[in-house]
Design a protein around this ligand. Structure first.
Ligand code: SF4
Length: 279
């Protein structure tokens, strides 16, 4: 499955991604992966669980070491994972490069010799090194030209099919999410406010924040004949979020009860929403 995670800048999408991988330590809560709490396992189990989750970052310019050749960049996670001897690792590196359409000659080059799209292919190849089950794609195409976006999205889809991968796909671009995701979660100020299938969200968004996001998306909003909803004000600071519903300060449907936090409730057909309009 590909689960999309959408929300405007500052909603906490990347923080969630980094926290799932424990690149940031959470202050509370739990992170469950295949039934194990990622926060309660010992170091050894943590290391083996980490191999099963990988991340592709937004910026393929910043995420690849500029002074390492591509072959070395791809070999590094194998060394960390204790994968085989040098010859075995080289074999695996060539295989990983082939999965993303790079050839053996590319492995001798440095990242600056590649375009943004090719760099993102290198980052994707690196993420496959340890045969992960989950890959977190943190805005993987937002820094790329429109012309190469669909190539990278198609590559991700092909790899998902080939390796039975699960993606958590983070994006602020709903047209990209529409292309690749099965289900979509909408996040506002660190909270999931709505989660449902892509089809259901686009046809029948329930949360006022989702209405605004969808109405503002080029093509999607216009296609569905939605009137543009312009959100007033900036997203509040996550350090001091509003009490009750976090969308309270920007919601044109706010009521007195919205000063209390709504639960995320299933309103039917697996469509979950956190809003007092659906009590
Ligand atoms: Fe708006 Fe109230 Fe729903 Fe929050 S709970 S989105 S403030 S109507």
């Amino acid at each position: 499955e590909t689960l999309g995670l959408v929300g405007e800048s500052g909603s906490g999408k990347s923080t969630l991604a980094r926290t799932i991988l424990r690149l940031l330590e959470p202050t509370s809560g739990s992170i469950e992966f295949n039934g194990s709490d990622f926060l309660k396992v010992d170091r050894r189990t943590l290391a083996s669980m980490r191999k099963r989750m990988q991340i592709i970052f937004q910026d393929p310019y910043g995420s690849l070491h500029p002074k390492m050749r591509v072959g070395k960049i791809l070999e590094e996670p194998l060394i960390i994972a204790g994968y085989g001897n040098r010859a075995k690792r080289r074999e695996r590196v060539a295989e990983m490069a082939g999965f993303v359409g790079l050839n053996p000659e590319h492995l001798k080059r440095f990242p600056h010799e590649f375009s943004g799209g090719q760099r993102q292919r290198i980052a994707i190849a690196r993420s496959l090194a340890t045969n992960p089950e989950l890959i977190i794609c943190d805005e993987p195409v937002s820094s790329l030209d429109m012309s190469v976006r669909s190539q990278i999205l198609n590559l991700l889809e092909d790899l998902q099919e080939k390796f039975a991968l699960t993606y958590l796909f983070i994006s602020h671009d709903l047209t990209v999410v529409e292309h690749i995701c099965d289900r979509i979660a909408v996040m506002y100020l660190g909270k999931i406010v709505e989660i449902t299938s892509k089809k259901e969200l686009f046809a029948n968004p329930l949360h006022p924040y989702a209405w605004a996001l969808l109405s503002a998306a080029p093509f999607i909003g216009a296609r569905e004949g939605r009137e543009r909803i312009v959100l007033e004000g900036d997203i509040p600071s996550p350090v001091d979020p509003p009490e009750g519903c976090r969308f309270y300060t920007r919601c044109s449907h706010a009521m007195e009860i919205c000063r209390t936090m709504p639960d995320l409730r299933d309103v039917g057909r697996g469509h979950l929403v956190a809003c007092h309009l659906y009590r």
